[in-house]
Design a protein. Structure first.
Ligand SMILES: Cc1cc2nc3c(=O)[nH]c(=O)nc-3n(C[C@H](O)[C@H](O)[C@H](O)COP(=O)(O)OP(=O)(O)OC[C@H]3O[C@@H](n4cnc5c(N)ncnc54)[C@H](O)[C@@H]3O)c2cc1C
Ligand SMILES: Cc1cc2nc3c(=O)[nH]c(=O)nc-3n(C[C@H](O)[C@H](O)[C@H](O)COP(=O)(O)O)c2cc1C
Ligand code: FES
Lengths: 248, 301
């Protein structure tokens, strides 16, 4: 499928926000699902997966960090350019529609898919966002009505440390938790949620081949009665319950 | 009207396009295209017992290709027959089950259980480079390749395709040996053993360190091997390795393949099978070929 770039703005040192006009994809998009973008550079074979950050009537927005050749190519796209992309893939977040306190916990670029989620949660929304150094999307989360807390590894912004330490320090207790970020962070937050006996949905990361269930490249272990079984992050996830993941 | 049909070891495929083992999932792939359009489905490798596969990361991208070290994760033949085969049987296309094993006994165990099913053919993977205890040993050694073929043929009620590894010095030697033991067809090539190192973290990208190299970058190697094997044996050949367009299909048939499989291209684009089929039909029309035999005979050296 093809989409048209509406906006592609730098919102952080290597962070970009790209809005893509594609009514069919916008219509199919669900909170926490992802799309594959196809680099035009022919030597870059595999699709690049990105979580859908915002959904509007006729467009979707992704927020991405330039980390390699593919994302470098995308960062050069101008409004009006064509993007090659897949339809929305995977199973996203299931918002709890209780008028409760929802805590969104992110690490780095993991904040991206939590933006759309925050818009749909009734009650109080608290975003606890971890960054290596500089923050992004904090203003966006505030504009949606979330109360925000920022942690950074370097201490250059907000609390110096990780998000679990920040959750504990600020004594942030919610009813429902949602997490997205690197695996070690998701593991730590899931263990914390287990201790305080709260449910958490986590959006798992992993290297993908196809992104649609055909290659079994993106395996992740899920608990069973007698151990674990392999699930596919792309088509069984990317969102799982923190309590069902067999953390290693 | 062009006739795209081809007969492989007594099994009539309506066209030469098949899915390469390990790159097709019936429930997932069928969400994107009409599987009935294919000549045959070739399933991912199935072993006698469930295999866990390798640790992640299992995938790395390389220039014009990819590396995989899935490690033949599969649910085992019993679960496959009970839970996966009924869905696969819904389609109006031929079904070829790819068989993996760590020992001759394991291959035979799977083959025996498939005798009692409706599958059309078996493809024996003697070549997967991922699994430490087996795979590579069989496919790179004339004696071992002959032994597996002989034992599997003794037990199987279905036609047997032996899938060869390219990681050998002389592919024709192995091809001749498996033909002599009664292989009904040969498919080639499996992945080339490869490796990628992240120069910024100083570590291999794949957890397994090495993996199978596939995709457009390996096509010249595959075409060369199909060409060589065509001249060494008489059994039908299924050619694969890097096919991404309709013209690539034609190239394999000119080299001597009777049918083809498409792997990596379908991982990159879920509807590649259909695009490639349409491009191939367009190619056949452009050159006024009415059958695969006409295309094959057009080869000049
Ligand atoms: C479900 C999912 C959602 C994602 N959502 C986002 C998002 O919203 N924003 C964002 O910035 N990034 C996201 N990522 C990571 C993003 O896909 C990679 O950063 C991107 O593919 C890197 O491409 P590149 O060509 O720039 O890097 P290269 O390093 O050149 O990529 C080479 C290969 O490695 C893969 N790869 C590299 N880094 C990663 C990684 N961290 N995770 C998975 N694959 C990787 C690429 O897809 C490609 O196949 C997501 C990943 C997954 C699996
Ligand atoms: C992710 C992946 C999994 C594979 N799994 C198997 C397998 O289970 N059995 C097998 O015989 N070959 C397997 N292969 C090899 C392919 O069937 C094929 O031989 C190879 O990828 C070359 O074709 P291609 O370039 O079109 O992908 C796998 C390849 C890939 C990329
Ligand atoms: S990325 Fe291929 S199965 Fe998930």
């Amino acid at each position: 499928m093809e989409g048209i770039v509406k906006l592609n703005n730098r919102i952080g040192s290597k962070i970009y926000s790209m809005e893509i006009e594609q009514p069919e994809i916008a219509n199919l998009a669900r909170i926490g699902t992802f799309i594959n973008l196809y680099p035009k550079t022919a030597s870059l074979l595999l699709p690049r997966p990105f979580g859908i950050s915002e959904i509007s009537k006729t467009s979707i927005t992704i927020v991405y960090e330039v980390v390699g050749k593919g994302t470098l190519e995308f960062s050069g796209y101008k409004p009006g350019d064509i993007v090659k992309m897949s339809r929305p893939l995977g199973n996203g977040f299931t918002p709890c529609y209780d008028n409760a306190t929802h805590v969104l916990v992110s690490g780095g670029i993991g904040i991206a898919p939590l933006v759309e989620l925050a818009k749909h949660l009734p009650g109080k929304v608290i975003a606890v966002m971890g960054f290596k150094d500089k923050s992004f999307l904090v203003g966006k989360m505030q504009s949606i009505g979330a109360t925000t807390y920022v942690a950074s590894d370097s201490g250059s912004e907000g609390f110096k440390g990780n998000v679990v330490e920040l959750l504990k320090k600020e004594n942030i207790i919610g009813d429902y938790y949602y997490g997205c970020g690197p695996k070690p962070m998701l593991k730590a937050v899931s263990e914390y949620c287990e201790q305080i006996n709260r449910p958490i949905q986590v959006s798992m990361e992993g290297r993908m081949g196809c992104g649609y269930g055909a290659c079994v490249g993106c395996a992740c272990k899920v608990k069973t009665a007698d151990g674990y079984t392999n699930k596919k992050i792309c088509s069984d996830g990317p969102v799982f319950l923190g309590s069902e993941i067999f953390w290693e | 009207m062009i006739d795209l049909s081809v007969n492989i070891a007594g099994v009539e495929l309506k066209n030469p396009l098949t899915t390469a083992s390990g790159t097709f999932s019936a429930p997932d792939s069928s969400k994107f295209y009409d599987v009935n359009e294919l000549g045959a489905i070739i399933t991912k490798g199935v072993a006698s017992v469930p295999w866990d596969g390798n640790p992640v990361p299992r995938i790395a991208e390389t220039y014009g290709g990819m590396l995989n070290a899935i490690g033949l994760q599969n649910p085992g033949i019993d679960v496959f027959i009970k839970e996966e085969l009924p869905f696969i049987n819904n389609f109006n296309t031929k079904v070829i089950v790819n068989v993996a094993g760590r020992s001759v006994e394991e291959y035979c165990n799977v083959v025996e259980k498939l005798n009692e099913t409706s599958v059309d053919m078996l493809e024996i993977n003697i070549s997967c480079p991922n699994v430490k205890q087996g795979g590579i040993g069989f496919g790179t050694d004339v004696e071992l390749a002959s032994m597996v073929t002989r034992e599997v043929k003794r037990i199987s009620k279905k036609p047997i395709i032996i899938k060869l590894t390219p990681n050998v010095t002389n592919i024709t030697e192995i091809a001749k040996a498996v033909e002599a033991e009664g292989a009904d067809a040969i498919s080639l090539i499996n992945t080339l053993l490869g490796m990628k190192i992240d120069v910024n973290s100083f570590k291999p990208i794949l957890a397994n360190k090495m993996g199978g190299f596939s995709g457009p970058a390996i096509k010249p190697v595959a075409v060369r091997m199909v060409y060589q094997v065509r001249r060494a044996v008489n059994v039908p050949l299924i050619g694969l390795g890097g096919i991404a367009t309709g013209e690539d299909v034609a190239e394999f048939i000119l080299a001597g393949a009777d049918a083809v499989s498409i792997g990596t291209a379908a991982l990159v684009n879920p509807v590649a099978m259909i695009n490639i089929k349409n491009e191939f039909i367009e190619y056949m029309n452009r050159h006024n070929f009415n059958s695969l035999a006409q295309l094959k005979q057009a080869f000049q050296e």
